[in-house]
Write a protein that binds this ligand. Structure first.
Ligand code: KG4
Ligand code: ZN
Length: 346
């Protein structure tokens, strides 16, 4: 089974070829340098950059897989793309590319949920999808745009149990980094600074939101902002005032500890309440070493992560979702939401 896949939900343009569970290619063009000066992703710039880069990314993915354009009929058994969630203009680029490739190769087109991709990315080891997930499990999906807890009962059988009511975990990392004068994307920068922290840490709240499986990170971001205003003055950001590096590192550490503790506690509580001992963590934020270490310290749970190379957005994970769906003989997913949560319709 040979699958061509596209990923263009946010600021990575990616195409991959997966054959028999082995990755033949996974080309990723990151737009980070384009968005850095705005300290976040600018949707219109992202769409244009996807449009500009996708021909090269497709060419690269085909060449690395030993294939050539133009695509011949029968070149692929399926063509997959991330249908959402993501930036509308960016999504359209991947979808159109996938439709064209599916038409040329006469293959069925499969739209997959980007967050399912982050979950299934846990199966890759050394470029092979050789470590199948064991279901049922609780999935924590933590990216720049989303923070969700899923009850995963099998491939394509998911129930959303909770999600953030405001900022996503990655967004909180990015915004706090911006307040501290660190570059975008903030997650890796905050992690590096946190690792250097020495001495007494500031005290930030743990947004546990008791009685719900939802998350909320905007209050934590505001707590950091109040701390900075207290130390540097109300208009610190406008005046470009920054903490001394040692104190900045301690703020990063205290913030990261608060996010980590909240994510781990809510995930573990959810798994316990469902009587499940398996957890899988995916998405850009799952690259964070402190978060991984905290999950690994959890007693009584088997916790899976994706290899760091597959934590951020990539088309390999999209191809794998399509493969698992073809193996199961079904083209549509069952993604339901818990009562009271909005159904995004992916
Ligand atoms: O999944 P992803 O690549 O893109 C989206 O689907 O959004 O996630 C990107 C997010 C960014 O907010 C970035 O700051 C965060 O993941 N991130 C991290 C780390 N690496 C990336 N957050 C915390 N620690 C990291 N090491
Ligand atoms: Zn993502």
């Amino acid at each position: 089974m040979r699958i061509l896949a596209f990923e263009t939900t946010c600021d990575e343009t990616s195409a991959a070829v997966l054959e028999g569970g082995r990755l033949r290619s996974n080309e990723v063009f990151s737009q980070v340098s384009l968005h850095r000066k705005y300290s976040g992703v600018v949707p219109e710039l992202a769409s244009r950059a996807h449009l500009e880069k996708i021909p090269f990314v497709i060419g690269g993915a085909l060449a690395r897989a030993g294939l050539r354009a133009p695509l011949k009929r029968g070149a692929f058994d399926a063509v997959a793309f991330s249908r959402g969630p993501g930036l509308p203009g960016a999504l359209m680029v991947g979808r159109v590319a996938a439709e064209a490739a599916a038409e040329l190769s006469g293959a069925p087109l499969i739209g997959v949920n980007h967050l399912e991709g982050h979950l299934l990315a846990c199966e890759f080891a050394g470029g092979r999808a050789c470590e199948p997930l064991k279901f049922p499990l609780v999935a924590l999906l933590v990216s720049g745009g989303h923070t969700e807890l899923w009850h995963a009962r099998g491939y394509g059988d998911y129930r959303v149990l909770g999600r953030t009511r405001d900022d996503a975990a990655g967004e909180a990392f990015d915004k706090v980094a911006k307040l501290l004068g660190l570059p975008y994307p903030g997650g890796p920068e905050v992690e590096k600074a946190a690792a250097r922290a020495r001495g007494k840490l500031p005290d930030f709240p743990r947004p546990h939101m008791p009685g719900t499986r939802d998350f909320s990170f905007s209050g934590l971001k505001t707590a950091v902002s109040y701390y900075l205003a207290g130390r540097l003055g109300q208009d610190f950001y406008k005046r470009g005032l920054r903490l001394p590096p040692g104190e900045r590192d301690r703020v990063c550490r205290a913030f990261q500890d608060a996010v980590t503790e909240t994510l781990v506690k809510k995930t573990a509580d959810t798994a316990r309440s469902l009587g499940l001992a398996r957890i899988a963590v995916g998405g850009g934020v799952s690259a964070n070493g402190a978060l991984r270490a905290a999950f690994e310290r959890l007693q009584g749970f088997e916790v899976r992560f994706s290899e760091r190379a597959y934590c951020s957005d990539n088309a390999a994970m999209v191809a794998l979702c399509a493969l698992r769906r073809l193996e199961a003989g079904k083209f549509r997913n069952s993604l339901r939401v818990a009562p009271g949560l909005a159904d995004p319709g992916w």
